[in-house]
Design a protein around this ligand. Structure first.
Ligand code: NI
Length: 194
């Protein structure tokens, strides 16, 4: 399970000691529970709160800045101009995009997490920030060649990229629930993978 993959990067000796003690006490609970023939008792570690499976939604927000041009070469200049207005100007324009990724699933009774947000942070840096930040979407992003890079198209692409990445995680216990992109403070696109 990804939730139990503890990492030691940037941790002090004290953090390691605390983590070690936590691991010992979790193992102790499990061993005692098995000894007593009460295998479910280790959930007491979470004060009974997670005895019943709880479906939960966890969101992480990131920002990236990118340029795009809304222009369909199959339409005439005047049709493009009517359709896209200033968004079709020749050299494009920029946006400070905000992206929210929401995962859903059941809280892990040992870690208390749905998914380790440190791991989600590095996945989003690798898959989204590196791919889109400070790029011209029409020219620099291979997946957006030969299409009009609207925020709708971007949301679908982000979904596909993350689904593919999450599918590589063994025994994952969460689903990608929503991709939400704020193109501006007023315009938002939400995609649920349908
Ligand atoms: Ni735009």
């Amino acid at each position: 399970m990804p939730q139990t993959n503890f990492r030691f990067r940037n941790e002090t000796y004290r953090d390691r000691l605390r983590l070690f003690k936590t691991k010992i006490s979790i193992s102790g609970f499990i061993i005692l529970s098995f000894r007593n023939g009460r295998t479910t008792n280790f959930f007491i570690f979470m004060n009974d709160i997670l005895k019943k499976p709880r479906k939960i939604y966890v969101t992480r927000r990131i920002e990236f800045n990118a340029a795009h041009r809304l222009f369909n070469p199959e339409l005439s200049d005047s049709e493009n101009s009517i359709l896209y207005g200033k968004c079709g100007s020749k050299y494009g324009h920029g946006h400070n995009y905000q992206l929210e990724i929401t995962l859903s699933g059941t809280v892990n009774p040992v870690t208390g997490y749905l998914f380790d947000l440190k791991e989600l942070k590095s996945i989003l840096e690798e898959e989204i920030t590196e791919r889109f930040d400070h790029k011209h979407l029409n020219h620099d992003v291979a997946e957006l060649q030969n299409c009009v890079p609207t925020t709708e198209v971007l949301a679908v692409l982000v979904w596909d990229i993350l689904e593919e990445r999450f599918n590589k995680i063994n025994n994952r216990e969460f689903s990608l629930h929503e991709v939400k992109i704020y193109e501006t403070g007023k315009n938002t696109v939400r995609y649920f993978g349908e």
